[in-house]
Design a protein around this ligand. Sequence first.
Ligand SMILES: *Cc1c(COP(=O)(O)O)cnc(C)c1O
Length: 351
Amino acid sequence: MNSNIKVNPIQNSRIDSVDFNNLPFGKVFSDHMFVCDYKDGKWQNPTIEAYGPIELNPSAKIFHYGQSIFEGMKAYKDAKGTTLLFRPLDNCKRLNKSAERMAIPQLPEGIFMDGLKKLLEIDNAWIPTKEGSSLYIRPFIFATGNGFHASPSNEYKFIIATAPSGAYFAGKVKVLIEEKYARAANGGVGFAKAGGNYAAQFYPTQLAIERGYNQVIWTDDTNHEYIEEAGAMNIFVRINDTLITSPISDRILDGITRKSILQIAKDSGLQVEERKITVTEIIEAAKNGNLKELFGAGTAAVISPISGFGFKGVDYDLPELENSYASQLKKKITDLQTNKTEDPYGWRVHL
Ligand SMILES: *Cc1c(COP(=O)(O)O)cnc(C)c1O
């Protein structure tokens, strides 16, 4: 498949203009992007070309009906300079799950994996080596077919763009448990990384920010009784010494960080539960001192600790812990991702 990729390399690299010691997150883009178009009922021969603007017709379906899905992953370099990926096939499989739900054609794994590998080979110098930094990778598919008719597009574009990024540091996050809005509904698209899911989160998140919080803890759409996700991350709760996370459903995104943390925590001898968590249980635990930690988990920040939360006008603080589960698990997963420890799971892919 690799041989089918037509490479149009750029003339002058922009890499010298980038300060790799002060990288923002997802704002500086590597020289090239991988592009594969879908038309006439099939995926066409892909290209690797300069990262840059794409031309679309105003009637392109992406603008009107939002057929758009994406993935988020990272490439690292170990001490020897080997390029490493973390469970990349899981991202490809999840992209295809999102595609199915949004009536977007399935993308062959070969196009995804070969395109990714070739792109990382060509833009290898863009993969940061500094501790905590990585190359953030954004594969996405969107509808490019034209027409105002509300029906699935017959043309799509698959792109992989990459951004050398510094550690995603959110600071100590204060969250608001949502009582009115919902991120996802039964039978809906919450499990998919579909663009519109994130657009729909922005307004409730803005309202929470106006009230002095950083993020929203999403609750179920029926009664706002159960906690489900933390912003665009999966949520973990530690009550006494038990680590709990909400089970996957069609309202919850099946995070690769989430499932990796669950496995690592179990194998480290921690008590782990995958079950529904009520808001009431969290409030009670906070009141009687059993609520030790709350954190979000996702590729960008890996683990993002929560310092406190608000619910029905009352603020609850979490204790400052030394050697928290969040910090222990973050170290374990990043050591595994960056080849500082053995990988008993076969999750790491060396390019
Ligand atoms: C991407 C995402 C996550 C985290 O998934 P990872 O595979 O761990 O990056 C969690 N929740 C939502 C809503 C997401 O979009």
